[in-house]
Design a binder for this molecule. Sequence first.
Ligand SMILES: Nc1ncnc2c1ncn2[C@@H]1O[C@H](COP(=O)(O)OP(=O)(O)OP(=O)(O)O)[C@@H](O)[C@H]1O
Length: 459
Amino acid sequence: MTQEKWGLLRNKLLKAVGKNNYTTWIEPLEFQELQDGVAVFSVPTNFMGNYVSQNFADLILYEMNTAGESVERLAFRVAANLPARPSTDAAPEPAPEQSLSQQAQVGNDALGSLQAAPLDSRFTFDSFVVGKPNELAHAAARRVSEGGPVTFNPLVLYGGVGLGKTHLMHAIAWELKTKCPDLNVLYLSAEQFMYRFVQALRERRMMDFKHLFRSVDVLMVDDVQFIAGKDSTQEEFFHTFNALVDQNKQIIISADRAPGEIKDLEDRVKSRLQCGLVVDLHPTDYELRLGILQTKVQQYSSTYPDLTIADGVLEFLAQRISTNVRVLEGALTRLFAFASLVGREIDMDLTQDCLADVLRASERKITVEEIQRKVSDYYNIRLSDIIGPKRLRSYARPRQVAMYLCKQLTSRSLPEIGRRFGGRDHTTVMHGVKRIEELKTTDGQIAEDVEMLRRSLEA
Ligand SMILES: Nc1ncnc2c1ncn2[C@@H]1O[C@H](COP(=O)(O)OP(=O)(O)OP(=O)(O)O)[C@@H](O)[C@H]1O
């Protein structure tokens, strides 16, 4: 493929993804070569390569193949000399929304490289589908996005992979920008916080760094678990956090688990995070997944106006793909791209053909042995103690948790489960399952243990 052809394709991509996404994600890509079905691009950062790969790869592949190229996959190489942001002399102009990151560079020209991460224009409250599993997180995010007096500080959103934490954080930032354009909102990932801290140390510009982070009105740090175990970064984060809270500035944090559960996160950081409102995004249920699919289909209808989707397909996908929303979205994107390539309606046959690998992966069965192993690791006891005869409470409770999870997550009958727990009777299993069901409503720790284990088994 020639550079010229890539230039033409970029125009198509501009139409498909919109100006903001184009300027932020597509324009900085430099096409290098197409060899053996792999199209190679240079990107300024790994982050950008990963982002494009997760969010736009299907679309780029589709456009390339439609243009007559034979491309199976994309590869991204980091080129050190590329600008992290698109150059200004290439059309189109950055959309005004992108200036949110510039607002974050509060009066510190010398720290031009310390920008906020770009926000995804698709991640708004309008496009966020609310259901039982995420209604509390959504309500809290809405409240913070009103920009009124700070009522809970920090707001911590936590939950498993791909459940919408980043989406909600971006939505808050967009909303604040509209409602309170004078606020300095700084959104970045914990990884970026660390790199900026290291950069400031290296360049002996800690004062600049401190000034930058202490003069924002709203600090949003995504995936805070990343700084766990990184002592100096945690320390700086701790001081930044305190300085902002003292000034009554809003802090919003996301993490992949409850702050108390983040291994190697200092206790003082954990306790600061627990001071505000900590809300959980629960794994999606069928209704929420279906709602998300329906919303996405509506969004796609402008890009693919001629495509139709047969009855039952969305219900089938919502039923079958329960891992995370990112996988669900990816499946739908792929379906649309594929259907448009072959010019067919999206029906069950096409869905099964096109998504065979995703559907196979989602069929992964959780085994009794896997549960026993996870539970023994979690409670730090030996596998043989879970299965064996000892009746000590420190073994009996984890054993009951394991039995409960076997009942919930596998299709094994009670007698079968009993057999795999050292030949116990099915009534023992039934008692264990009932006991955990009761404790889940009265003992917060057990409820959390079960939830954590379930998540890690389903991940
Ligand atoms: N309730 C929802 N409504 C609409 N889209 C959603 C919802 N939840 C998640 N998504 C979509 O799923 C994708 C993954 O969401 P997001 O990146 O926010 O997940 P995350 O929780 O931050 O995951 P990670 O832990 O991997 O960072 C995004 O494209 C997001 O728009």
